[in-house]
Design a protein around this ligand. Structure first.
Ligand code: G1P
Length: 289
């Protein structure tokens, strides 16, 4: 699928505190879901949607992410010598997925600030933002679903999902008008509201297509929820000058940055795995509950 959106920004500078102690020295983005690190799922999703460039916003202690997307001559030589063609291909394919560049976020000042760090690399064009702990199982890549809406309206588009109201305080929540089935025009957005104050139970999920005007908005806002520069607040500012759309995407989303969500994702991605799935299904049938 082709899209006018070429670049995707992956904020990956967070501390991953929800997943301690696993994330004490391993970046959250590098936790392995079945046989690939979380961030690779997002990068593959973007590649499947026709995006070609990846900008990863990193911080101290995240160098394994950079190593992962490089070629690894030593490893490749060993696999070649041992005649392990499949494994060699799997290792090489990662480096071929996309063209990657990195930018550092020196201080954890929030998701909006992380996106702002990528301003130079993105330049004056629409771009995707992917939060790699939201892992999405779908037929059509979620980023591609959003890019199709962007291609039609030329505006920013965010992924939406209904959640139980008592859980809305973990998300950004939107006030929106449904303009066609599953497609919303956003009236306002609020980051991590109390359930009683949330405009709806429509939650923002970590996939966005944003116009470059978001960068200006991000420089104009004050710290919000948690004392951080929030992307949601930046988008609310952007609404003052541009429309924003929301799409209830097709697919199943897992919060793999959370221990329970990660376990669920492991089971479902394990079952769906092309070579491991069959035997795993047989195994699960025998598990005593
Ligand atoms: C971020 C966003 C939030 C969104 C969520 C989706 O929050 O700030 O608006 O609903 O991702 O996963 P975080 O989970 O990083 O606290």
């Amino acid at each position: 699928m082709h899209s006018s959106v070429r670049k995707a920004v992956f904020p990956a500078a967070g501390l991953g505190t929800r997943f301690l102690p696993a994330t004490k020295s391993v970046p959250k983005e590098m936790l392995s879901l079945v046989d690939k690190p979380l961030i690779q799922y997002g990068v593959e999703e973007c590649a499947a949607a026709g995006l070609t460039q990846t900008i990863i916003v990193t911080s101290r202690g995240k160098t394994t992410i950079e190593d992962h997307f490089d070629l690894s001559y030593e490893l490749e030589q060993v696999l070649e010598r041992r005649g392990k063609a499949d494994l060699l291909e799997a290792a090489r394919a990662v480096a071929r997925l996309t063209q990657v560049s990195y930018v550092r976020q020196a201080e954890a000042l929030g998701l909006g600030h992380a996106v702002l760090c990528a301003r130079e690399q993105v330049g004056p064009e629409p771009f995707a933002v992917v939060l790699s702990d939201d892992v999405i199982q779908s037929v059509a890549p979620c980023v591609g679903q959003l890019a199709a809406v962007h291609a039609k309206y030329g505006a920013s588009v965010i992924a939406l999902m209904e959640v139980p109201r008592e859980q809305i305080s973990s998300y950004g929540s939107v006030d929106a008008e449904e303009v066609s089935p599953g497609l919303y025009r956003i009236r306002s957005l609020v980051e991590k509201p109390k359930p009683a104050e949330a405009p709806s139970n429509l939650a923002i999920i970590g996939r966005y297509i944003l116009t470059p005007a978001i960068f200006d908005s991000l420089t104009r806002i004050k710290p919000g929820a948690g004392g951080e520069i929030q992307l949601t607040d930046g988008m609310r500012h952007l609404l003052g000058s541009e429309p924003i759309y929301g799409l209830k995407f097709e697919g199943k989303r897992f919060d793999a940055g959370d221990k329970q969500g990660f376990l669920r994702a492991t089971v479902e991605f394990g079952l769906a795995h092309p070579t491991l799935g069959g035997a795993f299904r047989d195994y699960l049938r025998g598990v005593t509950l």
